[in-house]
Design a protein. Sequence first.
Lengths: 497, 86
Amino acid sequence: MVRRSLSFFVIVIMSGLMGGCVGCMVGRDPYWRRPAPAQSDPLPHHVSKYSDGLSLRFAMVHDMIHERFPKHGQAYYQERNRVVEKELASFGSMPPEDPQKQKRYFELQDDLGAGLERLGKHEEAVALMRRKLKEQQDLKITGKDLYGAYANLGTFLILWQLSEGFADKAKAKARLEEGLGYVQKSIEVNPEAHFGREIWQAVILEFLIAALDKPEVLLQFDMIGDRLDLYPAPSGHFGRGNWYVGWEVTQYLNGKPDENLKNRLRHRIMKVGAENGWTEAVKTSHQSPVPFDEPTLGIIGMWRLGSGANPYFALAFGEIMLRVGQRYIAWTAFERAAQMAGGIWPDAKIQEGILNHCRNRQRQIESQLVDDIPAMRARFEKELAFGQRYQREYQEYEAAQIAKGVSIDDPRFYDNFDFEARNKQSIATPPGEEEFTERRVYHLNSWSNAPAAVLLFAGIFAFVASALMLVSERYSKPPEPSYYSSKPNPFDEPDPG
Amino acid sequence: MRSLLVALLAVFCLALIVAPATACINDREVIQAEKEFKSRYIEQPASVPQYQPEQGTPSHLLVFGGAGSVLVLSALVLGFVWPKKA
């Protein structure tokens, strides 16, 4: 083993360290150069208000506006009433004692009541529901089990009063208030029912009752209290562009239920409704803005499973979608509302006001879009016609099946309805990218090359330094003696020999 | 006459008002319709490509790291074994 000076090893180590620094700079990929792949996260409205509840998709709103959903016809309800009456007759005049049979008995009453109502037989529907409610109360049934009776009785009373008119105003007001009372009771016992639409049914009734006294309120607010006189600036609060919220939504949806996280995420959803002046103008249960998915789902439920399209719903869709930045959907909602504006109120001034409002909103949206406006209108018409054709053929198919003797309870009743196959598209529009926010992922992989590069360059520098020093040592000349080392030293003592 | 007109107007108004109130008709259709509705939208999420980071260490990095380590050790060992000039 050769002894070498400490400086040799210090120089080798220092060279290695220098090489390591160079390797670090070479091996690390700066994040601004490395392409960062995108991760998509759902928007916060994917977090449903209720556990096991339905969460909103913008495609649902689009499909309601364009009637892209199935709807039963008169033939269907006539046949259903016939079948239900036959089965009810088998129970006799009193509810059975067996709990399972009792449950079936009350369900059949709901079916028959709904069928009678859809065929315009209001008085019979109301009488049936009053009987059902009394029978249930006599059996000491309480709470959620009374939901069906409350909701149906409230609705049937209101519809019945409409058909009879208001010659007797006191009686009319009493029946309307009774109806609204039952709707409110149904909300108390089952607030999560059916997308929460009972809440919004009560809100629209309160709005329209206020409009009876003050029709001008129809030109000030939509049915949930969005102001019509202000152009809203869409806020980023529904998560778009906020990558951390998106990440949390993904964690929530893929993880265990976490009530705190759910509430925190729902707090990030854009709130709509009950804007300035609403609570003064309308005596209402809807006192403050709410996450936009709540009234939207309520209106979807009412539109789809109730009486269908009306200008109040379309206008509310337009205002809500405008506030959350879904401008294309908002435009189509205003187009639909404009087409139905003649039915919003029997006052031409109100009708014209709503029509002008819808057209103004559309012009404001068009000024921000780069799309071809005539093409947008043509596309809207084409899609609405498609949805309406679907519903028409659906009802014709039902009538034909019933005429052939096919049971409406047969699970294969609709098997031969091939509208979607013939037209090569689903009637329900699939959700798309509008449901997601994008997040760039800068992974630690940008550092993963660095350790190897550090070692490699440290080794190269250290080895080269070592080799250079050894080579220079071998080929270097011995040092020449200095002038002073070759002359005798006068101060040295003489050699005694 | 006036009260008749007012009554007729009120009838017409409420005929429009109440249309939305048929929303809360509850029957056998509702639950099945909601399930079907949910299946049309919620259970068919939009396909959005998700980033999958690379797994494991690439082989070339192992080679570079190994070579560098060998060179460092060689540089140090040479200092001990390379003969000095006499």
